[in-house]
Design a protein around this ligand. Structure first.
Ligand SMILES: *[C@@H]1O[C@H](CO)[C@@H](O)[C@H](O)[C@H]1NC(C)=O
Length: 392
């Protein structure tokens, strides 16, 4: 059969259009084949993406390190929860109560406080540093951080009294946790191999300058090189994310930084308000602050820990989300857009800038000699104070 060009038989002025349609239909076929290949590859990746969860197995009461809960342990713990170690501000901490915690710790954990492997030091009168000597001195020590103070509490939003240590429906309500695990190991004649420190500050909720900072100075003076530092944990989320069924225990591996800048405008001379110039210091400042609000810092998704978190969640997620999260190489722009829609998730992917205070003007009928505004930045781990403070 001879070749028959479908465009040849039609009128000359339609010839070109017919050829173009042919090219488009060819291109759209290529596009569709490409799309099918792409989706297939992404599906294969979704279905074969391995879970990153370590297989730790079930714990059982017959395990050597199984700590059996006793009534004495619960009442010791309740007693500590009943002490109101509130830190209102750095100059208003309930210090007598902090001292009470020191005494209760000694009473509740006798093995720790009598062990020849453990040195207890009081740092800056109210903070505590325990040095636990492990059996293998070749291993670098680590540091466990915690604190004895708590933030003030609004009784109204608690289901139970916050300082009672009440047990309700199988849960013990309160804030604070102490070293029961170490006490158990010492009691069972099984001291740790690796040395470590326990640092307990007394002003964590109001800066940590008096506690954690003082402890770090003591450690630095001994030129201790740490294997790692573990501070208090983050929350366990369940049912917070759609399509993620299991509870998710978040591990904090980075923290946002902060820098607060005070910008001021003083260029325009003051004078009587009856003869103003085109602009005032307040007007110029207002424009600048508005520009800062409208020009957010760039998205840093993929340059901090948030991408790794989503990738670790991917295998545990249900289908539509799982498909997206296992293919972040393709969906990053979409995910970034989605995260930027809510203040809480937007804060996770970029440096944020909040205008928090303004001031200016002296009198109702005087042009303001100056105006100032304060911007509080929370810095993404991939940026620095320097990158955030440059104004263009
Ligand atoms: C910001 O700076 C101005 C002077 O330029 C000062 O008067 C004002 O008190 C400062 N604001 C804050 C909150 O520090």
């Amino acid at each position: 059969m001879p070749f028959k060009d479908p465009c040849f038989t039609i009128h000359a002025d339609r010839f070109l259009m017919c050829r173009m349609t042919g090219i488009f239909s060819y291109l759209s076929k290529v596009f569709f084949v490409g799309l099918i290949v792409l989706v297939t590859l992404m599906l294969i990746r979704t279905l074969t993406y391995p879970s990153q969860q370590p297989n730790v197995g079930q714990c059982s009461p017959s395990d050597a390190d199984f700590i059996k809960l006793t009534d004495a342990m619960i009442s010791n713990f309740q007693e500590i929860l009943q002490i109101k170690t509130i830190a209102w501000s750095s100059s208003n901490i309930m210090l007598a109560e902090i001292k009470q915690v020191h005494h209760l710790l000694e009473k509740s954990y006798p093995h720790i406080h009598s062990s020849k492997f453990i040195k207890r030091e009081v740092v800056n009168t109210y903070s505590l540093l325990y040095t636990v000597q492990g059996s293998d001195p070749s291993l670098k020590p680590y540091l466990l951080m915690g604190h004895m103070d708590v933030v003030p509490v609004d009784d109204q939003i608690w289901e139970v009294p916050p300082f009672e240590g009440r047990i309700k429906d199988g849960y013990l309500y309160g804030r604070v946790g102490y070293h029961g695990g170490l006490e158990f190991r010492l009691k069972s004649g099984n001291p740790p191999h690796r040395s470590f420190f326990i640092g307990l500050g007394h002003d964590e909720e109001v800066s940590g300058h008096q506690g954690a900072e003082a402890i770090s100075k003591v450690l630095a003076a001994r030129t201790e090189d740490l294997q790692f530092l573990l501070d208090e944990g983050m929350t366990v989320l369940k049912g917070v994310l759609d399509w993620v069924e299991p509870a998710v225990a978040l591990i904090g591996v980075a923290e946002k930084g902060a820098v607060t800048l005070n910008v001021s405008v003083e260029d325009i001379p003051s004078g009587h308000s009856s003869m103003p110039g085109k602009e005032s210091n307040i007007g110029v400042l207002a424009k600048a602050l508005s520009r800062i609000e409208q020009n957010q810092h760039p998205v840093m998704f993929g340059r901090g820990p948030e991408k790794a978190l989503l990738e670790a969640l991917a295998p545990e997620a249900a289908f539509p989300l799982k498909f997206v999260l296992t293919n972040l190489w393709f969906f990053s722009p979409l995910v970034t857009w989605f995260l930027s829609q809510k203040p809480s998730t937007n804060a996770a992917i970029r440096t944020t800038s909040s205008v928090t205070m303004v001031g200016g003007g002296t009198k109702i009928n005087v042009l303001p000699p100056a105006a100032w505004g304060v911007i509080n930045h929370r810095i993404h781990p991939a940026q620095s104070i320097q990158t955030v403070s440059i104004f263009k």
